[in-house]
Ligand binder design. Structure first.
Ligand code: XLS
Ligand code: NI
Ligand code: NI
Length: 443
């Protein structure tokens, strides 16, 4: 439960704290499904979901796109002095998050304070804002789910950060990560994210892919060692994405990152932060990415959003499809939840969603769809034969020759003999439509 935390100016006027009112309420500014302390599948909903608000989309994203100027004109962006402006923005952020009654936030260094091209000055600026954030966290009870460094917006990163062919640029990335780690540690951040938007290539003609990937691994080791030496106990997350802004990003998808972490001996410190719209950009469902991570024991956290089914871009819309999200929650519940992370709304309201209250509608919808999906998925697992239908498909491996095969006891000749002895297999249904109906039945 967050304490409402309004700064000198109230930015979201006439909206009080969002509370659970149940499905019958007519109040638009209420949760219909998210009842934070209600116990589902053995623990309170808030402990399953661990919602976070993303600083960048909600308080920095101004609606500008490659074809047009900003449409979201923020009152917290008015003052001339960078620190004063940053404090107003932080007041707005904590007012919003505490009014939403959500437990966490996430930020990039440059979301919190504008950076210059002077490393020492940037460190000072961030430190000032860390001190301010500490007060805000304490007053509101809102915590930092993860911090990160933006290694993609500054023009110096146009050829990559840790994978830049110029060591000089890599060193600047190191300076930035050091400061962002210091900030995360100082604020009690529970995790730290690496998303490598420019860690990839635009053309292989000018790229030594092997060397760049080795640099990336070395960079991650260096950052990890620094953070551990300085007391960081949390988890490092890699956030996969196949492309955009680069043509090809090295952290393409969950399976690619898994291989990378194994190859470079990073698997014990790093887990995955998966994002819905990144999965679909990679040509996967989000369920696929979740399952790959869960099976590898790497399901760390998720960035919640959705893409556009027609154009396939990284549109970062707020999640609202209950069928889809129920399928996510089935996998997350079966995996035993997130390892260290939670659900960060890496989503933005549309360019033409220009009312201040639109940000509330967006987050309320996102929170409720996950809460409802959690309840639905738990019901499916408790009350339906969903798990049994799936398990039963593999029943022939539970005993006899199937079990022997799993145990590595059968040769190819043994398989041949079994085929001869047992004739043609019977046809067995995969039951997909039935299982799809089960999902709908419990929604
Ligand atoms: C961009 C990413 C980014 C990361 C944090 O597509 O989702 O926002 O989550 O750097
Ligand atoms: Ni993204
Ligand atoms: Ni993201």
């Amino acid at each position: 439960m967050a304490n409402i935390c309004v700064g000198e100016r109230e930015f979201f006027k006439n909206i009080s704290q969002i509370k659970y009112e149940g499905t019958q309420t007519d109040n638009r500014f209420a949760y219909r499904w998210y009842d934070a302390d209600k116990v589902v599948a053995g623990k309170p909903m808030k402990d399953h979901l661990r919602f976070a608000v993303a600083y960048w989309h909600s308080f920095c994203g101004n609606g500008a796109d490659p074809f047009g100027a900003p449409t979201h004109i923020f009152p917290w962006d008015e003052k001339a002095d960078a620190i004063e402006r940053a404090k107003d923005k932080m007041d707005a952020a904590f007012e919003f998050i505490s009014k939403m009654n959500l437990p966490y936030y996430c930020f990039h260094d440059v979301d919190v304070i504008d950076y210059t091209n002077n490393v020492a000055e940037n460190d000072r600026r961030l430190q000032t804002m860390v001190d301010y954030a500490k007060q805000k966290q304490q007053a509101s009870g809102v915590k930092l789910l993860w911090g990160t460094a933006n290694l993609f917006s500054n023009p110096r990163y146009m050829n990559g950060a840790a994978t830049n062919p110029d060591f000089h640029v890599l060193a600047h990335a190191g300076a930035q990560v050091k400061a962002a780690l210091d900030a995360t540690i100082a604020l009690g951040g529970e995790n730290y994210v690496f998303w490598g938007g420019r860690e990839g290539y635009m053309s292989l003609l000018n790229t030594n892919m092997k060397r760049e990937q080795e640099h990336l691994a070395k960079f991650l080791h260096t950052a990890k060692d620094y953070a551990r030496r300085n007391g960081f106990k949390g988890t490092f997350f890699i956030e996969p994405k196949p492309c955009e802004p680069t043509k090809h990003q090295y952290d393409y998808d969950a399976a690619t990152v898994l291989g990378f972490l194994q190859k470079y001996d990073l698997i014990n410190d790093f887990k995955l932060n998966l994002e819905v719209n990144h999965a679909t950009l990679a040509g996967h469902t989000f369920q696929h990415e979740l399952q790959v991570a869960a099976d590898a024991g790497l399901l760390g956290s998720m960035d919640a959003n959705r893409g556009d089914l027609q154009n396939g871009w990284d549109t970062d819309q707020f999640p609202n499809d209950i069928n889809e999200v129920t399928e996510y929650m089935l996998i997350i519940l079966k995996a035993g939840g997130f390892q260290g992370g939670g659900i960060n709304f890496d989503a933005k309201i549309r360019r033409n969603s220009t009312d201040r209250e639109d940000l509330f509608d967006a987050h309320i919808g996102g929170v409720d769809v996950f809460a409802r999906a959690l309840i639905t998925a738990d019901n499916i697992l408790q009350k339906s034969d969903y798990s049994k239908v799936r398990d039963d498909r593999y029943a022939t491996f539970n005993s006899g020759s199937g079990k022997d095969f799993e145990d590595g006891k059968l040769s190819l000749e043994d398989l041949r003999q079994y085929a001869i002895d047992n004739g043609e297999p019977a046809t067995i249904s995969g039951k997909q439509e039935y299982l799809e109906n089960v999902i709908n039945r419990y929604i």
